[in-house]
Ligand binder design. Structure first.
Ligand code: SAH
Length: 350
């Protein structure tokens, strides 16, 4: 029988596995606590279980914790970036960011990405595989290792490598685990899921009843330019995407926010600001649309340069759009998605 990744099981699923092994239910509770509260990732260290049971557990399960292959701490702020090595040797990135309201992790959801956005560091490396729920949770636990409970991660953004809605079921299971009261018990109000716009899965997500923030990477307000920057737009053009955002709001009462990487000469013109206003203003009745601006992080080989987020912010404000310029944390440690993995792979000649 193939071993099961125990970190990816919800309490009721673990209980079903444990009782099927002939052990009493309360053992499942003990194990869940060791893993998700005490953060012990070795059956041999679960001291209230008999040696015999510990070895039965290692025969049936594995604990799929990513190993930290490299740590980069920013000199400018408290941001730390981790290069995590998964059990099959693949690498993903996780960032730990300290804000005044808590500690947020930026986690990866896939090894690589299929979406091919032309400004992104991960696109040229292609897609390798989906991350499992345990591997997503493992990034958070790895980034918490060695820190006191008070400093544990209390929020997450799914903005690392990969497209979360292209790994839908695993991401949903991860969110259930993260918010499970017996485990980390993290409120999904402190979670943002960022998508390039896979429309049918936005509708599925609306049905889940999660209080998370859905964030859509927009980057342009007309189809030709958006399709150049984001090939996914050819499949799900802006009219369908924005209709899905408006329907998401109707269903959940939660306004969708937008990400916008400002690229000089590509998407930062007054005309683009006008189009954005025209398209976003009608979306959420009585609420102004919100756009997070970030100067594009120039990635080698893309030929894009950062535009002025402050200037574009002014243009958007005139259009009735709330625009914030995202504070760039950890600039000195390649904290932008995918660049550390890419450089590591390229330097190793892989
Ligand atoms: N696939 C998801 C989430 C991962 S990327 C998505 O597309 O939303 C997280 C965010 O970083 C997205 O808004 C993405 O468009 C943006 N991004 C990717 N490369 C970037 C770069 N070089 N500079 C600025 N933002 C970038």
């Amino acid at each position: 029988m193939e071993k099961v990744d125990i970190l990816g099981l919800l309490p009721e699923q673990l209980e079903a596995e444990i009782t099927a092994m002939g052990a009493p239910k309360f053992r499942a509770k003990q194990i869940f606590r060791w893993l998700h509260v005490r953060r012990v990732f070795d059956f041999a260290e679960m001291t209230d279980l008999s040696k015999q049971f510990q070895s039965e557990l290692s025969g049936r399960f594995y604990i799929n914790m990513p190993k930290i292959a490299q740590t980069l701490a920013s000199c400018a702020d408290d941001t730390v970036k981790y290069l995590c090595r998964l059990s099959d040797g693949n690498l993903v990135e996780t960032v730990r960011m300290v804000y005044h309201h808590g500690v947020t992790a930026c986690i990866s959801t896939q090894v690589g990405c299929k979406m091919g956005c032309t400004f992104c560091a991960s696109a040229p490396l292609g897609f390798i595989r989906n991350l499992t729920p345990g591997e997503m949770l493992g990034q958070i636990y790895a980034a918490d290792a060695g820190r006191p409970e008070a400093e544990r991660i209390s929020g997450a953004v799914l903005m690392g490598i990969g497209e979360p809605l292209d790994n839908y079921d695993n991401v949903m299971q991860f969110l259930r685990l993260l918010s499970c009261p017996e485990g980390r018990n993290l409120s999904l109000r402190h979670v943002s899921l960022s998508t390039c716009g896979i429309v049918p899965h936005i509708y599925r997500l609306a049905e889940e009843d999660f209080p998370l923030t859905l964030s859509v990477s927009l980057h342009a307000a007309e189809d030709t330019r958006r399709s150049e920057l984001m090939p996914v737009n050819r499949r799900y053009p802006l009219s369908e995407l924005l209709k899905a955002c408006s329907d998401y709001f109707k269903k959940t009462g939660r306004r969708v926010t937008f990400e916008y990487a400002v690229i000089a000469g590509q998407n930062d013109t007054p005309e683009m600001a006008r189009l954005l206003g025209e398209r976003l203003r009608p979306l959420f009745p009585k609420q102004r649309p919100h756009v997070n601006l970030i100067p594009v992080n120039p990635v080698k080989g893309t030929g894009y340069a950062a535009g002025s987020a402050a200037k574009f912010q002014k243009l958007l404000e005139r259009q009735g759009i709330n625009a914030t310029v995202r504070r760039t944390l950890g600039e000195d440690i390649e904290a932008a998605c995918g660049q550390l993995r890419r450089n590591t792979i390229e330097n190793a000649g892989l």
